[in-house]
Design a protein around this ligand. Sequence first.
Ligand code: NCD
Length: 389
Amino acid sequence: MTIQSALSGRSKRWGHPGAFMQAVTNMLDPATDAEKAARFASLSRDDRIFHVVLAQQFDTQSIEELCQLSEMIRKIASHRQGNLFLQTLLSDRRAMLYFIQPSTRTFMSFTAASQILGMGYNSVRDPSTSSETKGETEDDTIRVLSQYFDVIIMRHPVEGFAEHVADILNGIPRTIPVVNGGSGKDQHPTQALLDIYTLFKCFTEHNTDTPLTEYSGNPFAGKTVGFVGDLKRGRTVRSLTYLLCRYPGVRLMFMSPPELQIGPDILEYVQRNGIEYEICDELESHIGELDAIYVTRLQDEHDVNGESKSIDYYKFALTHEMAGRFKADLAILHPLPRRHELDPRLDALPQAKYWGQVRNGMWMRSALMAYIFRVDGTIRDHYRNYYAF
Ligand code: NCD
């Protein structure tokens, strides 16, 4: 039985895991538990995440802590004195932003996060200006950079490269952490963290009096989160799905042209975690069911022969005409950049959360840096002493 035939044999409406899917799981994921444990251990130090490479590294506790911390930093930074405090925290650290794939918001988000915590940074954005043109391997470039900086934040076109960098750094005496700011078509864990922080904010806003700085729980139970667009080649959708699978009771809807449907590895993960899901080849009739919609652009830079040109992507655009069917509390997210798939006339609606989502990214990346460099406890103490009243 091939993976494709296994997957096509199951119900497409709210699938559930079972013995059949276990067979698929075994085919897709042959790693033993010991191998998986070793993989995650190589990315951790003292039971804490050290290299940030895969969304699967984050469990509900670390997600919750990072959301709380993001919210504390946001509040502390709303006062001049608070900003001056934050700027002392990492003033003895330096970050290398090795971004050799196009990026504006992720790059700027990390530079802003560094500035919030007083951390210096430098960047490589064009490898043609580095010694790689003299024949240096990229691995050696990483080893050299690691001697000047205290963290390498990277965006790279090759899937799995960030994990490879973690291995390189683990293999030299001065091991510094690597943070994956987007790798090929596979992972974008820091985007997933800011996305889930945004969803946490939206789903707790009207339902609890507990501030997010203290919130502990599962705001996703009973919620339907829809992903729409190019789900096959969009790394943000893949990483966010991994995080959402931590929350029992969430329902996922994957809406895309059949050629661009989410990968079988992700579906297998969703099933293995007992999460309900639906695969759909249109958007329109599902709008009213959704509590959140995550809109994505066509990732045609990954085309091999211009194959996207024959796809009717307009069917997967969220338009102003659909707004009458939105739930009042619908949260519209988009990782940006957008094209025509997200109508600008929606920007003024209360359901449009994508600009706030960008800002949430700056706080979440600050929280992540604080966590990596272990100043998160200092921030928590400061918040409780001066802001929690
Ligand atoms: C995304 C990316 O680079 O994967 N953008 C981002 O980081 N905010 C999505 C995209 O490029 O479509």
